[in-house]
Structure formats: structure tokens, C-alpha cells
Design a protein around this ligand. Structure first.
Ligand SMILES: Cc1cc2nc3c(=O)[nH]c(=O)nc-3n(C[C@H](O)[C@H](O)[C@H](O)COP(=O)(O)OP(=O)(O)OC[C@H]3O[C@@H](n4cnc5c(N)ncnc54)[C@H](O)[C@@H]3O)c2cc1C
Ligand SMILES: *[C@@H]1O[C@H](CO)[C@@H](O)[C@H](O)[C@H]1NC(C)=O
Ligand SMILES: *[C@@H]1O[C@H](CO)[C@@H](O)[C@H](O)[C@H]1NC(C)=O
Ligand SMILES: *[C@@H]1O[C@H](CO)[C@@H](O)[C@H](O)[C@H]1NC(C)=O
Ligand SMILES: *[C@@H]1O[C@H](CO)[C@@H](O)[C@H](O)[C@H]1NC(C)=O
Ligand SMILES: *[C@@H]1O[C@H](CO)[C@@H](O)[C@H](O)[C@H]1NC(C)=O
Ligand SMILES: *[C@@H]1O[C@H](CO)[C@@H](O)[C@H](O)[C@H]1NC(C)=O
Ligand SMILES: *[C@@H]1O[C@H](CO)[C@@H](O)[C@H](O)[C@H]1NC(C)=O
Ligand SMILES: *[C@@H]1O[C@H](CO)[C@@H](O)[C@H](O)[C@H]1NC(C)=O
Ligand SMILES: *[C@@H]1O[C@H](CO)[C@@H](O)[C@H](O)[C@H]1NC(C)=O
Ligand SMILES: *[C@@H]1O[C@H](CO)[C@@H](O)[C@H](O)[C@H]1NC(C)=O
Ligand SMILES: *[C@@H]1O[C@H](CO)[C@@H](O)[C@H](O)[C@H]1NC(C)=O
Length: 635
């Protein structure tokens, strides 16, 4: 990296810097207004004092935001930079950036570059490994720039085995990423991106369905290595006294659940094993196997430590900043700031019965009988959700007039085997009366972790030949027979047309006494979060893919929307092209969220497709599809 001046070396002794680098960051007290000490990584901050050690050029690159020209909303047609642009930072500037970060800057090399002889990273063994692991989420989470839905990156560098791409470019991946291990690095990245007009990308695991954690020419803030977890036996907040957990932004579901198992508590996290529980998941609402009992993940949040768009580090609680506290809990990742840790309520240890089973059409079970069995299940949704259970089930077409139902799994929180059997008896009696054979495999576990670990599959990711869309079906659709019939008919018609149903029977009410947050109001009334998808041949042309995507958006999901036009969809597992996404993903909260976006991020530094304020921007992608492989410009 760039040689350091003597001046900088001397300062290194005053500032917190490992020997051999010129990291700019000041060690501060661990006191936090959240009432829980900052993590060690959060006590290394960029302060006015740290900046005073830089020369004026560097201060302009890395200094905090003021209300100036760059901080106001960009003009129509103004764009973020791409590599090769005249104003793109020089190699020397990137070198200085790496110096102040303390060697944490990583230039993006797409994972699958190992498969392309044109890249210096070409390595056929590694290519084989990348190809074999492409559908496994762990590999993408552990990479600074990779994401799990490469379709929305722009399919610019796929493993050669996929036969889809014949070349490899950085495409829609961010150009650089900061491998964050302290708060000062996040602040420096935010300031540098803002001051230099770079596209800022926050990437944690890369699970996002809509390409929100990637972007061409982006400077990535990669939070994956912020792994601290601290249990707080007695959190003392104004509104809540009790057990809580403080999690670094990089903590994943399997990690918090393992900790919960060790210490004997239950956390509200996703069913997906590798989802980032303290990142986009919780910031977008976050549904959980515990949601029918305790609400959404965002509802549990008591405090957050956050780097704002102006680069300042703040503690956000109901007392310090009620507006941001409301907005950041549920209003979407990558929108209001970079969260470095979250403090959330946790709950007593609880047992769970986990059950898997399936049934299908056969020579003895006609399609109508099969659907009568499905209808009987749907009739139980209010009772099952109100009993605190969560069920993940699939209904698939397996040929003309042949169907399969998979319960994968039924997750009956706080139910013994007997209690579970009593709960499902009315449905199971109907299935028996209909002559539908099925064999439930039900096991009681005495903790959430054991049940979750045994019950939920590690989902495959990485496909470029499919996309998803979803709907939150409201309780109202169960309370009115006409609407209920329309719901069942819409689902049957979708599945009969060959589209799969992957759905959750659950509820996610805000528990009594919890402060309100900005999670999609449609979640509060829902009894089913339903997902479907379309797919295409690996060799489909872009216009064929586009036509298939449009079919999902308008025809397939249109039928679902028609049964509940005032409801919405879950932003984090949705169709990127959802019409009127503001209403669908944010409902009546959108106007307030938008006003707060203008207050906390007046220049719209944080951009995420379908995020609050994203309607002011467009990405002109190279392939014409809604992906991030193109320049981000103000509309
Ligand atoms: C296999 C799979 C299983 C899933 N299971 C569930 C589930 O059980 N329940 C559920 O509710 N959802 C689930 N999801 C959806 C998941 O919640 C979203 O994909 C979510 O965005 C993931 O957040 P992340 O931080 O892990 O991912 P990323 O893609 O890294 O980030 C998502 C968004 O959050 C932003 N972000 C990330 N970290 C931060 C931060 N520290 N500060 C500010 N912004 C940040 C990013 O910029 C991006 O906009 C699943 C998704 C997949 C692919
Ligand atoms: C910028 O100026 C506006 C209007 O004067 C004000 O509302 C806002 O709080 C300021 N933002 C910052 C970050 O100082
Ligand atoms: C690929 O490499 C990773 C890391 O070395 C390893 O964990 C994984 O098992 C490998 N996968 C295959 C399919 O060999
Ligand atoms: C890719 O193409 C080759 C040869 O055309 C074929 O043998 C292989 O099965 C294809 N792979 C995939 C994943 O489609
Ligand atoms: C990122 O930083 C961590 C230290 O926080 C280090 O262990 C890890 O190897 C780094 N990862 C990469 C890809 O450089
Ligand atoms: C909790 O905080 C309140 C107000 O700050 C204080 O009066 C009280 O003593 C604290 N309780 C405990 C158990 O620390
Ligand atoms: C489990 O259910 C019982 C009632 O059957 C209730 O008293 C108890 O609080 C519940 N436990 C948890 C952890 O939800
Ligand atoms: C259909 O029912 C008959 C009589 O009950 C049984 O013998 C047969 O195995 C069933 N077939 C299937 C496919 O379940
Ligand atoms: C039942 O489920 C348990 C837990 O998932 C599994 O270990 C077992 O193999 C299953 N049994 C059958 C017969 O499928
Ligand atoms: C709803 O569907 C059921 C079963 O098909 C039928 O018996 C009932 O008449 C329908 N009700 C309405 C209001 O359409
Ligand atoms: C794609 O491949 C299939 C065979 O797998 C072939 O039938 C089809 O015509 C091909 N489509 C295009 C657009 O090349
Ligand atoms: C995709 O479909 C949309 C909506 O019909 C259209 O505006 C757009 O031009 C299409 N893009 C491509 C690449 O075909």
C-alpha cells in the first residue's frame, strides 16, 4: 500500500492502529446510551479528533457529511460513478483509503472467476469447488461481494458448468468491499462513498431476493465478520426489563440459535439457517418460527448501534431517537444507516413438536379429493396460528391433475406430542375421511434449537433460471366464505398451472406492550405468507426471461392480489417488480418512512432496489432485466 509519511507514523502511536498500518480510528469509551457496553469493535470510531490527524485532501475524502451540495438530493440525471469514469478515484486514492482502513479493502474478484482462464485467479480445482458449492449459502455469505440470487447481479460471472455465461466480468457486483472489523471502517466507507459520489452497498450474507446487497461500481460495506454475541440477563430499558441479547451485524441464524441452546433462551430469528439475523432480516421485519407467539424479529429490537449517512455513529433507542427507532425496525435494510449491532429481547426456553408428512394424488386420491384435503388444512389456519404454531408447506403439481403436498415442517411451538395431535386432529380426521393416506413423523424436542435444526432444510440458492414473488394473505380472507373460497381457488389455479406454492401458515401480530415499528402492516393481519416462482430454460433469451418475469408479476401474482387487494407482500421474499411496491411492501407506513428518509439520508446515499426512496433512481442494466449490472442514476 502507499508508503506512509513520518507524520502518519507518529500519529499511529496516538491513534488506535495495529503496528504496520496507518488505520485511522480513535479508541473511545464503551459507554452506550443503550445501557449495554459497546462491543470492542464498536469502541474504535472515526471522530473529529481522528480526522484532525489527516491532511486536508484526506479530510475531504474521508470527512463527515455536512449539509452541502453533495448532501442534497442529486439532480435529475445525476449518476453514481463507475470504474473508468474520469472522476473515479485513482489507484493512489484507493491506496490511501486502504491505509486509513488498516488494510481492510478487498478488490472484488467474482467467486466464479476461478473458472475463467482470462482471470489471473483461474484455478480449475477452485472452480470445481465453486461449481459444487454454488447452491450452498455458506460460500456466498463468506465472500465479500457474492450474493445468493446472481440473476439480480446480472449473471456476469457464473460457474462454467451452468452453460449460461461464457465470460466473466465484475458486472453488478460491488467493485470493492471493506472487510469490516470496527466502526471506524464503516464510517470511513460511508464518508468516502458519499464524498466521492460512489454507489454504497451494504452486504451481510447476500441472501436478499431483490439484489439489495450488490451494485455495479459499488463500494461494499461487508458486515459478515461482526460476530460478537453477548447475553444480557437483565436488560434495563424504560419499556422492558428482562433478558436480551446483543448481536453484531454479521451474526447468522445458526449462530444465535446455538448460543441460545447453550444459555437456555429462545431467540426470534428466521427459519433459514444462514440468514443474517442482525442485518437485512431484522431490518425488513423478519418472520420466524416463533412469530405466531412473539411477532416479528423487528418487534424484539430494543436498541441499535448505527452509522448514519453523514458518517456519525449513534445509539438508537426509543428514548434517544423515537423516529429512527421506529423507521429502522422494519423499514428495510440498506436504507437509513449501517447497523453495527442490535439488542433484542429473548424469551424463555420452550419445547416444540416438529412434524413432517406428505400426501398426494394417486389412483385412489383424485385431484378433487386432494384439494379437499388442502382446503381442510386451510380452514385450520386461524386455529393453528392462534395456537402459536408456524408451518412451512409446499403444494406442487407433479403432472396433469396430479399434485403433492409436503409439510416441511409443521413447527408446533410449546406443544407436546399429545397437544400437537389434538391440535391437528380435525384436519387429520378429514384427511382420513377423504381416504387420503399420510404418515406423520412427529418428534418432540425440548428446545427450539433442536427442533429447528432437525426440522428445517438448508435451502438451495444460486439459481439464475427462476425468480419468486409472494403475498401476505390476511385473516379477512378466512373470515368471509366468499373470500376464503376465492383464496383456495386462486391457490389451486396457480399450482394447477404448474407454479409451486411454498407457504407459511403463521401470524405476526405486534405483542401487547411492545412499541410499534415500521414493519409492513400487512404482516399484522396475515395468516399465510405465500411464495411462488417461475422458471425458464437455462438457454432462454433475455426477452423470454423478461416475458416469464412479467407473467409472474401480473398474471400469477395478479390472481393472488385480486383476493386481497389491500394487503401486501413481504419485501424480503418478494417479486422485485412488484407493482406499487411502496403500498405492497410498506403499506400505510410509506409516507412517514419517506419523510424520515429525507431527514436522515437527504442525499439518498443508501440505495437499495425497492427500498424507501428507490423510486427516484434507476439502474440501466446491460441485459434489460431488473438487475444491478448498470449505472445507478437519478430519475
Ligand atoms: C434461503 C433463504 C432463507 C430465508 N429465510 C427467511 C426466514 O426464515 N425469515 C425471513 O423473514 N426471511 C428469510 N429470508 C429472507 C431474508 O430475510 C432476506 O433475504 C434478508 O434481506 C437477509 O438479510 P441479510 O443481512 O442476511 O442479507 P443481505 O442480502 O446481505 O442484506 C439484505 C439487505 O439488508 C441490508 N443490510 C444488511 N446488513 C445491514 C446492516 N448491518 N445495516 C444496514 N443494512 C444492512 C443490505 O444492504 C440489503 O439491502 C430468507 C432468504 C433466503 C435466501
Ligand atoms: C440538513 O438540513 C436540513 C434543512 O436545513 C435539516 O432538516 C437536516 O436535519 C440537516 N441534516 C443534517 C445531517 O444536518
Ligand atoms: C469447497 O471449499 C470449502 C473451503 O475450503 C470447503 O469447506 C468445501 O467443503 C469445499 N466444497 C467442495 C464441494 O469440495
Ligand atoms: C453444459 O453443456 C455441456 C455440453 O454442451 C453438457 O454436457 C452439460 O450437461 C451442460 N451442463 C449443464 C449444467 O447444463
Ligand atoms: C476479514 O477480516 C477478518 C478479521 O476481522 C479476517 O479474519 C478475514 O480473513 C478477512 N477476510 C478476508 C476475505 O479478507
Ligand atoms: C433501571 O433503570 C432505572 C432508570 O434508569 C433505575 O432507576 C433502576 O434502578 C434500574 N434498575 C436496575 C435493576 O438496574
Ligand atoms: C407454554 O404454554 C403454557 C400453557 O399451555 C403457558 O403457560 C406457557 O407460558 C407457555 N410457555 C412459553 C414459553 O410460551
Ligand atoms: C388404493 O387402495 C387400495 C385398497 O385400499 C390399496 O390396496 C392400494 O394400495 C391403494 N393404492 C395406492 C396407490 O395408495
Ligand atoms: C422422522 O424425523 C426424524 C427427525 O427429522 C428423522 O431423524 C427420522 O429419520 C424420520 N423418520 C422417518 C421414518 O422418516
Ligand atoms: C364455498 O365453497 C364451498 C366448498 O366448495 C361451498 O360449499 C360453498 O357454498 C362456497 N361458499 C360460497 C359463499 O361461495
Ligand atoms: C434450449 O434448449 C432446449 C433443449 O434443452 C431446446 O429444445 C430449445 O430449443 C433451446 N432454446 C433456445 C432458445 O435455444
Ligand atoms: C421487459 O418487459 C417490460 C414490460 O413489458 C418492458 O418494458 C421491457 O422493455 C422488457 N425488457 C426486455 C429486455 O425485454
Amino acid at each position: 500500500m502507499a508508503p506512509r509519511s513520518l507524520f502518519a507514523s507518529l500519529l499511529g502511536a496516538l491513534l488506535l492502529a495495529a503496528p504496520g498500518d496507518a488505520a485511522v480510528g480513535t479508541k473511545v469509551s464503551s459507554a452506550s446510551k443503550a445501557g449495554v457496553p459497546l462491543f470492542e469493535s464498536e469502541t474504535v470510531q472515526l471522530t473529529d479528533k481522528s480526522l484532525s490527524t489527516l491532511n486536508s485532501k484526506q479530510a475531504a475524502l474521508f470527512g463527515f457529511g455536512k449539509n452541502g451540495s453533495r448532501q442534497s438530493i442529486p439532480h435529475k440525471g445525476e449518476c453514481k460513478l463507475l470504474p473508468g469514469d474520469k472522476s473515479w478515484p485513482s489507484g493512489d486514492v484507493w491506496g490511501q483509503f486502504d491505509d486509513v482502513l488498516g488494510d481492510a479493502l478487498i478488490k472484488t474478484v467474482p467467486l466464479a472467476a476461478a473458472c475463467y482462464p482470462s482471470w489471473p485467479e483461474y484455478d480449475s480445482d477452485k472452480c470445481e469447488n465453486v461449481t459444487a458449492d454454488w447452491t450452498v449459502s455458506y460460500m456466498h455469505a463468506a465472500d465479500p461481494a457474492s450474493i445468493m440470487w446472481p440473476l439480480f447481479e446480472g449473471r456476469s460471472c457464473l460457474p462454467t458448468g451452468s452453460n449460461v455465461s461464457s465470460s466473466c466480468t465484475i458486472g453488478g457486483y460491488s467493485s470493492y468491499a471493506v472487510n469490516v472489523s470496527n466502526v471506524a471502517q464503516v464510517q470511513l466507507a460511508v464518508n468516502f462513498a458519499r464524498n466521492e459520489n460512489l454507489r454504497l452497498v451494504v452486504k451481510n450474507t447476500g441472501h436478499d431476493f431483490n439484489g439489495k446487497s450488490t451494485g455495479a461500481g459499488g463500494l461494499g460495506v461487508w458486515t459478515h465478520n461482526l460476530k460478537d454475541i453477548e447475553y444480557i440477563a437483565n436488560y434495563n430499558g424504560s419499556n422492558y426489563q428482562g433478558p436480551a441479547v446483543k448481536m453484531g451485524a454479521g451474526v447468522q441464524a445458526f449462530e444465535i440459535y446455538a448460543k441460545a441452546e447453550e444459555l437456555g433462551f429462545t431467540a426470534v430469528g428466521g427459519e433459514g439457517k444462514t440468514v443474517g439475523v442482525a442485518g437485512g432480516y431484522v431490518l425488513g421485519g423478519g418472520h420466524s418460527p416463533m412469530s405466531s407467539v412473539y411477532g416479528l424479529a423487528a418487534d424484539q429490537v430494543l436498541a441499535l448501534e448505527v452509522v448514519l449517512a453523514n458518517g456519525r455513529f449513534v445509539t438508537v433507542t426509543e428514548e434517544t431517537d423515537p423516529d429512527l427507532f421506529w423507521a429502522i425496525r422494519g423499514g428495510g435494510g440498506g436504507t437509513f444507516g449501517v447497523v453495527t449491532s442490535v439488542i433484542s429481547r429473548v424469551h424463555p426456553k420452550v419445547g416444540v413438536t416438529v412434524s413432517t408428512f406428505s400426501f398426494a394424488t394417486s389412483s385412489n386420491v383424485s385431484a378433487n379429493t386432494f384439494w379437499a384435503g388442502v382446503r381442510s388444512y386451510f380452514e385450520r389456519f386461524p386455529a393453528h396460528a392462534d395456537a402459536g404454531t408456524y408451518a412451512y408447506f409446499w403444494v406442487l403439481s407433479t403432472g396433469t391433475n396430479s399434485f403433492e403436498f409436503l409439510m416441511n415442517p409443521f413447527f408446533a411451538v410449546n406443544h407436546t406430542l399429545d397437544e400437537f395431535n389434538t391440535l391437528v386432529k380435525p384436519w387429520f380426521d378429514d384427511l382420513k375421511a377423504l381416504g387420503i393416506p399420510f404418515t406423520p413423523n412427529s418428534t418432540y424436542y425440548d428446545s427450539f434449537y433442536q427442533g429447528w435444526d432437525a426440522g428445517f432444510p438448508l435451502e438451495t440458492i444460486g439459481s439464475v433460471a427462476m425468480m419468486t414473488g409472494s403475498r401476505l394473505f390476511p385473516r379477512e380472507n378466512w373470515e368471509d366464505t366468499t373470500k376464503f373460497n376465492a383464496t383456495v381457488a386462486a391457490i389451486r389455479s396457480t399450482v394447477s398451472a404448474g407454479y409451486p406454492l411454498l407457504a407459511f401458515n403463521m401470524k405476526a401480530e405486534l405483542p401487547a406492550g411492545y412499541p410499534d415499528d415500521s414493519s409492513n402492516p400487512a404482516f399484522r393481519d396475515t395468516l399465510m405468507h405465500a411464495i411462488t416462482s417461475v422458471s425458464w430454460d437455462a438457454n432462454a433469451t433475455n426477452s423470454q426471461i423478461n416475458a416469464t418475469m412479467n407473467k409472474l408479476t401480473y398474471d400469477v401474482l395478479g390472481k393472488w392480489r385480486a383476493t386481497c387487494p389491500d394487503s401486501g407482500a413481504y419485501m424480503s421474499e418478494s417479486d422485485i417488480s412488484e407493482p406499487n411496491f411502496q403500498q405492497a411492501f410498506y403499506g400505510t407506513n410509506y409516507d412517514r418512512l419517506y419523510k424520515l428518509k429525507q431527514r436522515y439520508d437527504p442525499a439518498f446515499l443508501f440505495y437499495a432496489p425497492t427500498g424507501v426512496g428507490s423510486e427516484h433512481w434507476e439502474v440501466k442494466s446491460l441485459d434489460g432485466l431488473p438487475d444491478q449490472n448498470g449505472r445507478l442514476c437519478r430519475l
